[in-house]
Design a protein around this ligand. Structure first.
Ligand code: NAD
Length: 242
């Protein structure tokens, strides 16, 4: 089994998705915060860090919900081979999913790296620097601009992670997509690869998606409730330890 998660798996943890009311893209224009503009324009870097600094405390304080815990239960019962998340919030790791089994295909907001030399920094420390007035933080090694280690619009996808995700998708017998609008590619192509290779697809979402027609089953509702139900139906009942 392959599980692909999107922002909707974390809304019940208090992290808004991008497109629903209140989401970041309703207040910031993603076309203004592309990777190219971040690399070339100091004012874009300042806006980007303003947005990232507004979003970080919510990510930092969020706790996993029933959907994250259900995925841990599937894994501990030996049912889950691969977990791919588009999320950047680290909640699967906080819930107890095996870090070796998770591919963060869009990176993580809990890390920061230098776009010039790649040096990594602790997000909490950089967050404090920004709050203290360092509105665009720079690398202490090479003076390159620092950026949360997430994949921005126009930024190349991490090659190894993307290849691994597509390879696993083409080998799975069942893919469950939880809380993704399935409009952001290449991640949205993972269910297509799985179905093309003969896998069954289950989509869990409170709204319709463009790929519902390809699914063997669509569970319309809350990710937490649907995933808990799925785990009960699979005959797995032990709650994972925190
Ligand atoms: P999206 O915002 O495009 O879609 C979220 C989907 O989840 C929607 O289809 C919505 O109907 C559904 N949904 C929302 N709450 C739900 C719930 N409680 N139960 C079931 N379904 C629910 O998100 P996406 O498809 O992941 O892609 C957009 C990008 O947004 C990704 O690249 C991701 O990195 C980024 N993002 C991540 C976070 C996070 O890390 N938590 C938050 C916002 C955006």
């Amino acid at each position: 089994m392959f599980v692909l998660t999107g922002a909707g798996v974390s809304t019940e943890s208090g992290i808004p998705d991008f497109r629903s009311p209140g989401g970041l893209w309703t207040r910031y224009d993603p076309r203004e915060l592309t990777y190219d503009k971040f690399c070339s324009c100091e004012e874009t870097r300042r806006s980007y860090w303003r947005m990232a600094t507004e979003a970080y405390p919510t990510l930092d304080h969020a706790r996993p919900n029933a959907a994250h815990r259900a995925i841990v239960q599937l894994e501990r019962a030996g049912r889950l081979l691969q977990l791919v998340t588009q999320n950047i919030d680290g909640l699967h790791q906080k819930a107890g999913s095996d870090t070796e089994r998770i591919i963060e295909i869009h990176g993580s907001a809990l890390r920061v790296s230098c776009i010039e030399c790649g040096k990594e920094f602790d997000r909490g420390q950089v967050h404090r620097r920004v709050l203290e007035g360092d509105s665009v933080p720079y690398c202490d090694a090479c003076r390159g601009p620092l950026k949360p280690a997430t994949v921005s619009f126009g930024q190349p996808m991490p090659e190894r992670e993307t290849l691994e995700a597509f390879e696993a998708a083409s080998k799975c017998d069942l893919m469950i997509v939880v809380g993704s609008s399935l409009v952001v590619y290449p991640a949205a192509g993972l269910p297509d690869s799985a179905v093309a290779a003969g896998a069954r697809l289950i989509i869990v979402n409170k709204e319709p998606t463009d790929k519902d027609a390809n699914a063997a089953a669509v569970l319309r509702g809350s990710a937490g409730e649907a995933m808990s139900m799925l785990v009960r139906h699979a005959g797995i009942d032990a709650e994972p330890r925190p």
